[in-house]
Design a protein around this ligand. Structure first.
Ligand code: NAP
Length: 302
């Protein structure tokens, strides 16, 4: 069992960011703001993204491959869609060193840990899988925000081979960015986030499709108010990113879908049968639980 230590964050000579979108670029800006890095090298799939990141001052040097972003870096952050994690690890594995801190920010963790185990070999110890519980429904470098991680939780899911030095360093980095760090096994992470993140996003997407597929759907939407706006905010999220997350966490997510269907069926029967007493008690229970629930972080969005 890992215990977090009290390592102070070191000043990194060079950080390599692979994937200069919302999460990677926000990390770069936050590290610069905290004064924890001298130089940031960035690689992204599209050269237009790195050009924009350079122009915005997110990165200091743009490079043409993931491997070049790793060369000479003390900290490397993978901030790519989870489906791109394994090919990216394959592309960089030759330059991952024993004293480097390698992290990701993927929203699912078991698939990332499995990919790292398959690819990294003896360098698996350098890898600290991470999931910052931060973000927004707007992706891309243009939405990068140096305060994105402030006050948020970060979940670390170390592998059995992750070295304590790297784990402590990862904790020190995220703490220096104003995050609260938790450590848990990847399967526990994926089970929890299937319930409180992946299912709610799926439901928001499903509700939009359910309404817009009806003949009068567009007219209904014209009448919708703030409750509908709040419920469906996350349906505007990046479809490609959520496609990847749903498939990467398919077992836990389908368990949650089954659980949700059962609850919905019960409520549907209570309404169909005009069972006022049971409906009242089911709604009162949900209302009470929601009123007691508090965000673990202030300002947390997704
Ligand atoms: P994003 O804004 O779309 O950024 C992803 C970036 O990675 C883009 O710049 C993208 O392409 C680049 N990319 C894609 N495939 C690549 C590859 N093979 N090699 C190098 N770069 C590649 O998405 P994001 O929101 O930052 O998400 C990044 C990761 O953070 C995902 O794994 C996601 O699960 C996780 N995450 C997101 C949130 C959130 O709310 N957004 C929250 C927590 C965790 P271009 O270079 O073409 O632009």
């Amino acid at each position: 069992m890992f215990k977090l230590g009290k390592t102070k964050p070191v000043m990194f000579e060079q950080i390599g960011i692979i994937g200069c979108g919302l999460m990677g670029s926000s990390f770069a800006l936050a590290m610069k703001k905290a004064g924890l890095v001298k130089r940031i090298v960035g690689y992204s799939k599209s050269p237009t993204t790195t050009a924009k990141a350079l122009k915005m001052g997110v990165i200091d040097v743009e490079v043409a491959s993931a491997l070049q972003a790793v060369s000479g870096s003390n900290l490397v952050l993978l901030a790519v869609p989870v489906s791109a994690t394994e090919p990216t690890l394959k592309a960089i594995k030759h330059l991952v060193t024993a004293d480097m801190l390698l992290m990701d920010v993927g929203s699912t963790k078991q698939d990332v840990v499995d990919a790292a185990r398959r690819i990294l070999g003896t360098m698996l110890g350098s890898f600290v899988p991470a999931h910052p519980i931060a973000g927004k429904e707007l992706s891309g470098v243009e939405h990068a925000d140096g305060n994105l991680y402030t006050g948020r939780q970060v979940i670390l899911t170390p592998t059995a081979k992750t070295k304590v030095a790297q784990l402590n360093q990862a904790q020190a980095v995220w703490t220096a960015l104003g995050c609260q760090v938790k450590v848990m096994p990847p399967e526990a992470h994926d089970a929890a986030f299937a319930a409180v993140s992946h299912l709610p996003h799926l439901l928001a997407f499903a509700l939009m499709n359910s309404i817009t597929s009806q003949e009068k759907g567009e007219a209904f939407l014209d009448l919708a108010g703030t409750g509908f706006r709040d419920f469906t905010r996350i349906a505007a999220s990046d479809p490609k990113m959520w496609h990847d997350i749903f498939l990467a966490n398919r077992i836990q997510l389908t368990n949650q879908i089954d659980q949700f269907k059962q609850t919905l069926n019960v409520l549907s029967s209570l309404i169909a049968n005009d069972d006022s007493a049971s409906l009242t008690s089911a709604l009162a229970k949900a209302s009470y639980e929601r009123s007691q629930w508090k965000l673990a972080d202030k300002n947390q969005e997704n």
